[in-house]
Design a protein around this ligand. Structure first.
Ligand SMILES: NC(=O)c1ccc[n+]([C@@H]2O[C@H](COP(=O)([O-])OP(=O)(O)OC[C@H]3O[C@@H](n4cnc5c(N)ncnc54)[C@H](OP(=O)(O)O)[C@@H]3O)[C@@H](O)[C@H]2O)c1
Length: 258
């Protein structure tokens, strides 16, 4: 079971999965710190929630903002950290926008890395805590043509998380680190990434409820829904080039080629 009273901190809390984590963790009695760029959304959400909510407006595509965020959290006791902010983009790699991709690498990889490490050190000192990196099932697939950068960023997160979780297990740490690897979830992700899911998405609420349940069981790689779990298991037996071809086929269904 997740412990109470210490803060739960959520990046990307202004929409989708992050917003749902805020609602569910508030229901469990956690005081919250909500982080994202859109302050108006965070204020609105904080007014709807029953527990104490603090807001940090930050653009995590700027590295110095990640350090500022952590600095602002320094004096707080933190029990749960949901490292969630992220976004995707879609298209042929040769045509996609380089600046958008560099921002994606900063938010999906560098911000996740920096905040995870700083938070881990803080929790290790405190003796326990829960860190959940929101990756994606994309991070468990060898490569994702037509969403190449997004898949690569999420592969980084799943790899890093599993490695760190093993180090913590071997050292007998009471800090939990895991990654959430959902398939499609109905959020604002699609409109930001310019895609239409090829598969039907699950609700953010179902995704978050499942994630919290599995965090309580200290599962390292959390894949909501049986279908996705089966697909990921099946994928392990495919030769990598075949898997990449299937991923390309699925991705092409999501966007109109120019
Ligand atoms: N939806 C899916 O199908 C799906 C599947 C697997 C994994 N995921 C992952 O789940 C996470 C949440 O995505 P979502 O589906 O909930 O999408 P969403 O509804 O678009 O929410 C994304 C959140 O990330 C925040 N964010 C984006 N760029 C940011 C930046 N530069 N600085 C600070 N915050 C930033 C956004 O806040 P502001 O815009 O207010 O800054 C927003 O709160 C992402 O890491 C995504 O890759 C999503």
């Amino acid at each position: 079971m997740l412990k109470r009273k210490k803060y739960a901190v959520i990046t990307g809390a202004s929409a989708g999965i992050g917003m749902e984590f805020a609602k569910r963790l508030s229901k469990r009695g956690y005081p919250l710190v909500l982080i994202a760029r859109r302050e108006d959304r965070l204020i609105k959400l904080s007014k709807e929630l029953k527990t104490k909510c603090e807001i940090i407006t930050a653009d995590l595509s700027r590295e110095e903002e990640c350090y500022r965020v952590f600095y602002q959290l320094q004096d707080k006791e933190i029990g749960v950290f949901i490292n969630n902010a992220g976004f995707g983009d879609c298209g042929k790699f040769i045509e996609t926008d380089l600046q958008k991709e560099m921002n994606m690498v900063q938010v999906n990889v560098k911000a996740v890395h920096v905040l995870m490490k700083l938070m881990l050190k803080k929790m290790q000192k405190a003796g326990w805590g829960y860190i959940l990196n929101v990756a994606s099932s994309a991070g468990l697939i060898p490569a994702g043509p037509y969403m190449a950068t997004y898949y690569a960023t999420k592969a980084y997160v799943t790899s890093l998380t599993q490695a760190v979780a093993e180090e913590l297990r071997e050292s007998g740490s009471r800090v939990y680190v895991g990654c959430l690897c959902p398939g499609p979830v109905d959020t604002e992700f699609n409109s930001v990434a310019n895609v239409e899911f090829a598969l039907k998405g699950i609700s953010a609420r179902d995704c978050v409820d499942y994630a919290l349940k599995q965090m309580g069981k200290r599962e390292v790689v959390i894949i909501p829904t049986k279908t996705m779990q089966l697909a990921m298991t099946f994928g392990r037996f495919l030769p990598r080039p075949v898997y990449v071809k299937i991923a390309a086929h699925q991705q092409k269904k999501k966007f109109k080629e120019g």
